[in-house]
Design a binder for this molecule. Structure first.
Ligand SMILES: Nc1ncnc2c1ncn2[C@@H]1O[C@H](COP(=O)(O)OP(=O)(O)OP(=O)(O)O)[C@@H](O)[C@H]1O
Ligand SMILES: [Mg+2]
Length: 341
């Protein structure tokens, strides 16, 4: 099983399909959530090796009830592998995972019943219609039919899919599929949503609709673990972010605080010739700022109000001044070079 992946609802020792078949488990009765527990996910020393390649290296974090945690990192940083270990889809090499105060993957069935997942790769059933996909998924959780019908209708409306309810999956656009994956993840009214790139490959309209729906769920108190490369949206939604690189957590904390502490207040981006940028660098050294040259561009990460230097920049329009953001932090901590391995 080392390195292998299974469908979410099929993951589980012993049987092919599990869903939320927890009601009959005597184990379940003996392992209630810790009363009043606010920690929904607790991960300690999580490690994964594929052969001799270490892809997740001793990661620890916690998610509190109602919190959204943004799980960020360049391609190949280990985000999906971490998520798959949380879900019991990939075997961990070391470490401890507790979800709802239950040990994972030991109590994976009990845990799964309370989680909703949007996987990075589309896993809808292509032979079924939109509504059938939702109904079938509800079946995995043994949701009574009448209740399931009601939830399917609500979710189709919430994700603006009600007009496509009888369409087979093949006929849906990428955006409609992602919306359906999200709808499917909510069918069991999960306490914890795990979202691996929920808006991957979508146009701005489809993305906005999904982010808007996630914001509503967040406001309603759903706990979330979210990976995405749309950092503005992550910053808006998350109370905490973890930035991973090469399997390590390089930083974790409240996004605005991290940006202010590690990047600064605002950023000037200036285009110019090498001589012009040299002169500007000299001027900006009067301000408490970090400077970075990338090709014919100068980035000034200002830790204080550097307005007085605007006159040095002139009126040529070859510069912009903007608030520092999560992408600045991400680039500063993980570098600008593309990850090939
Ligand atoms: N089954 C596997 N066998 C071997 N190596 C794997 C396997 N699954 C993932 N990896 C490797 O683990 C590393 C982390 O992959 P992972 O999918 O977790 O990255 P990620 O952070 O989710 O990246 P992305 O942003 O591209 O989705 C990569 O180098 C990848 O090639
Ligand atoms: Mg991934």
């Amino acid at each position: 099983m080392q390195g292998g992946r299974r469908e979410w609802w099929r993951a589980g020792p012993g049987i092919g399909y599990t869903g939320a078949m927890i009601q009959t488990s005597s184990q379940q009765e003996s392992i209630p959530d810790a009363p009043g527990s606010q920690t929904v996910v607790s991960v300690t020393g999580l490690t994964k090796r594929f052969g001799d390649r270490l892809v997740v290296d001793n990661i620890s974090f916690a998610i509190q009830r109602g919190q959204c945690v943004g799980f960020l990192g360049p391609n190949g940083a280990g985000k999906t592998t971490c998520i798959n270990m949380l879900l019991g889809l990939v075997e961990k090499s070391a470490g401890e995972i507790r979800i709802f105060d239950l040990e994972a993957p030991r109590f994976h069935r009990e845990i799964k019943a309370r989680i909703g997942v949007v996987p990075q790769a589309d896993s809808l059933d292509p032979d079924l219609s939109v509504a059938e996909n939702l109904r079938t998924y509800a079946g995995y959780f043994r949701i009574p039919r009448r209740l399931a019908r009601g939830r399917v209708e609500e979710l189709l409306l919430f994700f603006a899919l009600h007009n496509r309810r009888d369409e087979i999956i093949e006929h849906l656009s990428g955006g409609q599929r992602r919306r359906l994956l999200l709808a499917r993840a909510l069918i069991n009214e999960p306490e914890l949503l795990i979202l691996d790139e929920p808006t991957i490959g979508l146009d701005p309209q489809a993305r906005h609709l999904i982010w808007e729906r996630l914001a509503i769920l967040q406001a309603q108190g759903t706990t979330m673990l979210l990976t995405s490369h749309y950092l503005d949206e992550v910053a808006r939604l998350s109370q905490q972010v973890l930035i991973l690189d090469h399997g390590h957590v390089v930083v974790q904390g409240e996004p605005r605080q991290l940006i202010t502490d590690l990047v600064g207040l605002e950023v000037f981006e200036v285009d110019g010739t090498p001589a012009e940028l040299d002169a500007l660098e000299a001027s900006f050294k009067q301000c408490n700022a970090t400077l970075e040259r990338v090709g014919d561009k100068l980035y000034v990460y200002a830790r204080e109000d550097c307005s007085r230097l605007e006159k040095v920049l002139g009126t040529s329009g070859s510069w912009v001044r903007r608030p520092a953001n999560l992408e600045d932090l991400f680039i500063q901590l993980t570098g600008r070079s593309l990850r090939e391995t």
